[in-house]
Write a protein that binds this ligand. Structure first.
Ligand SMILES: [Zn+2]
Length: 196
């Protein structure tokens, strides 16, 4: 039985490694609960890949990009994906018929790090984990606005995922969703020179 690999791709310097590891520690049991429900496992393991590249992500079940803000959105800046990102993250997939993304057959997800501040200005990793899981649901389930009525992390804004969220993901998890791997290339093209 293969693994279900969730690749977390940090673009630029938007997320320190200790924050990324802490984020992964929150996400791991949530994805494990998607994998195993009522004693049924879809995969042997769920692996969180914290250092994916365009090459190594070829077998990613989910590939989620992180960038500082929506101004650095690789989805919007790319040729094949067009849209206006709102909120804390964004996902396009082939079932969203109004977007040219359908022509590529790939799903793309991204999360805006600066959209998750605590009141003291530090990073709210719990809130960001909810955004990651929310975008993962859009991506894996091929659901658009209709996701938001399902409660928990599916809601917008979302909260801690519910058992219903896990079971919805569990039902879909064996279905392979090809992932859009051009995010690194687009980030190199759009990013603002640091010495400007
Ligand atoms: Zn949403």
């Amino acid at each position: 039985m293969p693994s279900y690999t969730v690749s977390l791709a940090v673009l630029g310097e938007c997320l320190r490694s200790e924050h990324l590891r802490a984020l992964a520690a929150i996400l791991q049991p949530w994805f494990d609960s998607c994998n195993v429900q009522r004693g049924v496992s879809r995969y042997a393991h769920v692996l969180l890949d914290l250092n994916p590249t365009e090459g190594t992500s070829a077998n990613s079940s989910l590939l989620i990009y992180f960038m500082t803000s929506r101004e650095e959105s690789v989805i919007v800046h790319s040729t094949n994906f067009r849209g206006i990102p709102e909120g804390k993250g964004y996902t396009l997939h082939p079932a969203v018929s109004t977007h040219p993304a359908v022509s590529t057959g790939n799903a793309a997800s991204e999360v805006y790090v600066s959209a998750h501040p605590r009141e003291d200005g530090s990073l709210d990793l719990q809130d960001m984990a909810i955004t990651v899981f929310h975008e993962a649901m859009h991506n894996q389930l091929y659901m658009a606005e209709n996701l938001h009525s399902r409660g928990g992390a599916a809601a917008s804004p979302g909260t801690h995922p519910t058992v219903e969220n896990f079971r919805l993901m569990h039902a879909s998890l064996a279905t392979r969703r090809p992932q859009w791997r051009d995010g690194w290339t687009w980030y190199e093209r759009i990013r603002i020179p640091s010495d400007f």
